[in-house]
Design a protein around this ligand. Sequence first.
Ligand code: NAD
Length: 445
Amino acid sequence: MTDTYTRLVSKGPGRDVAKKLGLPQPAALRRYEPRQPLPAGPVLVIGASAGADDLAGELLDWDVEVRRHAVAKERVGAIVLVLDDLQSPADLEQPVLTAGPALRELAPNGRVVTISRAPDGGRPAAAAARQGVDGLLRSVAKELWAGATGNGIVLTEGVSATAPSVLGALRFFLSGRSAFVDGQFLRVGSPSGSLPAVPDAPLTGKVAVVTGAARGIGASIARTLHRDGATVVAVDIPAAGDHLAEVANGIRGTALQLDVTREDAGQRIIDHAVSRHGRLDIMVHNAGITRDKLLVNMDHGRWSSVIGVNLEAQLRINEALLASGHFRSAPRIVSVASTSGIAGNRGQTNYAASKAGVIGMVRATAPLLAEYGGSINAVAPGFIETEMTARMPFAPREIARRLNSLQQGGRPEDVAEAIAFLASDAAGGISGQVLRVCGQNLVGA
Ligand code: NAD
């Protein structure tokens, strides 16, 4: 899918005209490639806590240059603001005002990452300061330029700044894997999880199922999980069989033609994965449909088909997985929701209800998977360049595509990268969460 405007204003006379008229000039995002350095330059770690010292030590082990103080006129690839010991609002000022001028030296596609504690249950002054990080980070993200992003990691009770999933999330946010994730927080709820022996192949030995894998985001998820080391079962409806076979063959996986709304879909998935690959570790619910209509014109067919594919199928398949003895070894489920399910969208009562429902399902299923050391999370894409969004009328498409901090649509691989991270053991301490991949939508949620 093409974004002609971005191409026109990226060079030559188009760039000059856009600059003169103050029009959006989206930056080319630095996306992940194997063996790519984490950020494009040294990492400045700001913060005086023991957690900040420990974290700086860990970063040294990742082969990145670490600075504990800004060096005049030195470009930095990332600024990590460790705010894990805030006791009152006054504690915010010193680290935040140290980070401010350092932003001038942030490289294009640079990263700002905050690490702070959840406000839950703290004294009012501590809770106020911790919650303050939320507004701070989301605003910084809106002030960054040239493809740079700002995201945060929130530590809960008993989770240290160097817990495996804090480091996993930090790696994700620093890398090109999170190119279209902006202004978001990941909450680490437990010290479980483990970092991969080979960072470029975190899913080695895992068997993953991806629904809706014949095209669009699903095909990209299948390819990304394969690139990260997983064996992939690609699922889609029989009518998409040719494309499905192409995707599966291209990644040396297997194809399973299956309508996910079938009563026995869960069992068919388990039987296929176990008989062909001996196990099942990761379930990605991506299959989804839209049948847009204003509620005033909504009918049974549009309502029930969207709820059926997008939500009820996921619930039924999860039930079968949870009942199966084959999904008990640190199982991971990742569901594709949508920012429409968070902010709502005109003409999408059915779709938004289904996607908000996915978020509710994820939160309620997290404790059930925790029994097996597993996790379940959702990824909520914003505007992604796919066949689904290419069908939108020009004006709403152009508005939806530009109105985010990065001024462009995301690509299917941006969603796939977030899913691959949440499906990995490095994210094992993150569960029941929703990660938006939306370039920080400026309207709605
Ligand atoms: P798409 O229409 O290009 O692909 C969806 C795939 O799901 C198709 O291959 C389709 O055949 C398959 N599918 C549909 N019904 C199925 C069923 N009953 N059983 C098995 N497979 C079925 O869509 P996409 O843009 O790639 O979207 C993928 C997911 O991302 C969906 O859940 C969608 O709601 C979500 N999403 C997309 C965007 C976006 O901007 N494209 C934004 C937010 C969320």
